[in-house]
Write a protein that binds this ligand. Structure first.
Ligand code: FRU
Length: 483
């Protein structure tokens, strides 16, 4: 129906119906990206957690498959990962036909205990058989979850990172067969600890010839924009211990965040994806536990972020991570308009003329701070009310993002900020994707990312670029693509 489809994005993954949260069990096999996700098959709020399943060849267009693993006897299937067991270490497959093994948290709703369990699939994740020896890890904890497993080539073993959530620790285990696990080490509390730790991921990224290890940790509450968010540590891993680099973890305000917006959570990387030169591909749940159960969609609730490439980069001797939307999204562009050397005044009519009412578009713009007078603002207005503003302030070299919505609970209102390290005569680039119920902003090739949901009353929206009145602000280019 019209109501049900109102906020349905064109470029982002959403479930056909009902509730979703975290991405789970992502693996790549025979040209297909598989994505499982936390799913309630029976309602549009959190509950009866199961694994939904979709596949894609390009990470944008998803083919919906039946629910892969369902809650059974009140035991929910919480977040976890999946690996293709190529050497048949588990014995669940054959050498010719490796099994897919899912490693997840089994959560018993009656007792509250969280154990780690495994299940295997011999039909590429369509159906799973639970291992009769479950659980494979049981430490009698009620806050122990989200196992992410990967193959560690140097020692020919599987490694699992998972969260001891309330204690803000990541534990590392190893195994030769995915069934018997040995505890190896732990990390934390460190960095941002304002909320429970969830959904860790440990992986490598390369910067030129250097390989670094990255530990991603989702933070349930108290993250940079309020509520849920995601941080990272860059360091070394020797097959046993993860040790963060001092310079990185303590210089940049102590913490490193993947995203400065309110709606990027529980992101983990694809296992086995064909990565380009030491990068990784991932996506996150585009939501925040502060209001996830109350966002105003009907019949379905929740979406994933755009899939992104993670890239290691270096600035002033410190490593940091950039995120760029995957290339394949460009294939869905329908038209493109380029404006060059635009003077920006109080209201730029030309942008308004671009007719972006539908609110699914990409806007790429570029400017030099020293060509801007006072400020440069991008704004989405809906029914004469401001819904979203991204303002560059020349004096402070800051981007300030405002998200408004007077009808949703107060936690939804948000002001977010980052300060650029740029020189005033170097170009700043902004790549912004709006897609019905979200705006994702990638600044300076994804050095800073802001992901936020928005809920316009209708799609009678207007887009403005604004500066002060006297035409002193000039932009190098504004490229608008419709999808
Ligand atoms: C993160 C999370 C995970 C848990 C899952 C339950 O959003 O709380 O820690 O496994 O959601 O749905």
């Amino acid at each position: 129906s019209e109501v049900k489809e109102k906020f349905r994005p064109k470029l982002h993954f959403t479930p056909e119906r009902n509730w979703i949260n975290d991405p789970n069990g992502m693996f790549f096999l025979n040209g297909e990206y598989h994505l499982f996700y936390q799913h309630n098959p029976y309602g549009d709020k959190w509950g009866h957690m199961s694994w939904g399943h979709v596949v894609s060849t390009d990470l944008i267009k998803w083919n919906h498959l039946p629910v892969a693993m369902e809650e059974e006897n009140g035991v929910m299937i919480f977040s976890g990962s999946a690996v293709v067991d190529r050497k048949n270490s588990s014995g669940f497959g054959t050498d010719a036909q490796p099994a897919l093994v899912a490693i997840y948290t089994s959560y018993d709703g009656k007792t509250g205990f969280q154990h780690q369990s495994i299940a295997y699939s011999n039909d590429k994740g369509k159906t799973f058989t639970k291992y009769e020896g479950n659980p494979v890890i049981n430490i009698s904890s009620k806050d122990f979850r989200d196992p992410k497993v990967f193959w560690y080539e140097p020692e020919q073993k599987w490694i699992m990172a998972l969260a001891l959530s309330a204690e803000k620790k990541i534990l590392f285990y190893s195994s030769k067969n995915l069934k018997d696990w040995n505890s190896m080490s732990e990390f934390g509390p460190k960095g941002a600890i304002g909320g429970v730790w969830e959904c860790p991921d440990l992986f490598t990224l390369n910067y030129k010839a250097t390989t670094k290890w990255v530990l991603a940790v989702s933070l349930g509450n108290g993250s940079i924009a309020g509520g849920s968010g995601s941080q990272y540590f860059i360091g070394e891993f020797d097959g046993k211990n993860f040790v963060p680099d001092q310079s990185v973890s303590e210089k940049i305000e102590g913490f490193n965040y993947f995203d400065y917006g309110k709606d990027f959570y529980a992101a983990v990387t694809w296992n086995g994806a064909p990565e380009e030169k030491g990068t990784k591909t991932w996506l996150g749940w585009m939501n925040n536990w502060q209001y996830a159960n109350e966002i105003p969609t009907h019949g379905w609730r929740g979406s994933m972020s755009l899939p992104r490439k993670l890239i290691l980069d270096k600035e002033d001797g410190d490593y940091f991570i950039r995120q760029e939307p995957v290339q394949s999204v460009k294939r869905y562009r329908k038209s493109k308009t380029i404006l060059e050397n635009e003077s920006i005044t109080s209201i730029n009519k030309k942008i308004e003329d671009l007719d972006l009412k539908e609110l699914t578009f990409e806007m790429d713009y570029k400017f030099k701070p020293n060509k801007i007078k006072d400020f440069l603002e991008f704004e989405i207005v809906n029914n004469d009310k401001s819904l979203f503003q991204l303002t560059f302030n020349k004096d402070t070299n800051e981007f300030v993002l405002n998200r408004f919505d007077n009808e949703l609970k107060t936690e939804f209102q948000s002001t977010q900020k980052i300060t650029l390290l740029n020189n005033a005569d170097k170009y700043v680039n902004v790549r912004l994707f709006a897609d019905k119920n979200s705006v994702e902003v990638f600044i300076n090739n994804g050095r800073y990312v802001f992901t936020n949901l928005i809920f316009p009353k209708d799609f009678n929206t207007k887009i403005y670029f604004r500066s002060i009145d006297d035409s002193m602000s000039k932009m190098k280019s504004i490229t608008t693509s419709k999808y």
